[in-house]
Design a protein around this ligand. Structure first.
Ligand code: MN3
Length: 205
């Protein structure tokens, strides 16, 4: 059985300062993401070899095939592993601004304009009760992008959606710097969004 490994962080812990502080990045990546990685590997041990060798995206969208006693663990740790991998890469130093290209077109056609999208994403992600994520995702049925929130570590892939841009609003993602002020973290986060990566993901759907 292949073991998942913590993927390399594409920049240094302090690279997203002042918007996301180095200590938060260090703990988030080296402790939390590592824990999801370990949890996924442990959960996989009790699966059939067919499921063990299934590509993670496919596994997350086929949770009904996973026996009930480990389904929750695969959903949580598999989602956590995948979500964070996407998250590190959909941020970069000196990011932010507004998207161009296909992403701009896709957002404008659904939300009207970028500001309306940003407002909805910020407000609804900020309003998640407890832990979860806000996502811009591609729906291959409607062939449009959509905004969705997901609880805990559940991946948008479990709903057949292709994640394009994710925002982690678990307290571990912001509490050291922003304490209870989740909306301030969200405002700051837009400054590190890597729109080139979002464009890259959309070009592959
Ligand atoms: Mn997290």
């Amino acid at each position: 059985m292949a073991k998942y490994e913590l993927p390399k962080l594409p920049y240094a812990y302090e690279a997203l300062e002042p918007h996301i502080d180095a200590k938060t990045m260090e703990i988030h990546y080296s402790k939390h993401h590592q824990a999801y990685t370990n949890g996924l590997n442990t959960a996989l041990e009790s699966l059939s070899s067919e499921l063990q060798n299934m590509e993670l995206t496919k596994l997350l969208s086929s949770l009904d095939k996973v026996t009930e006693n480990v389904r929750g663990a695969v959903n949580f740790h598999g989602g956590g592993y995948d979500n964070h991998t996407l998250f590190w890469n959909n941020m970069k130093p000196n990011g932010g601004g507004t998207p161009g290209g296909k992403v701009a077109d896709a957002i404008n056609s659904v939300f009207g304009n970028f500001d309306a999208f940003k407002e909805k994403f910020s407000k609804d992600t900020g309003a998640i009760q407890g832990s979860g994520w806000g996502w811009l995702a591609y729906n291959s049925q409607s062939k449009k992008v959509e905004f969705t929130t997901m609880p805990n570590q559940t991946s948008p892939k479990t709903k057949g959606l292709i994640p394009l841009l994710g925002l982690d609003v678990w307290e571990h993602a912001y509490y050291l710097k922003y304490q209870n002020k989740r909306p301030d973290y969200i405002v700051a986060w837009w400054n590190v969004v890597n729109w080139d990566e979002v464009e890259n993901r959309l070009s592959k759907v």
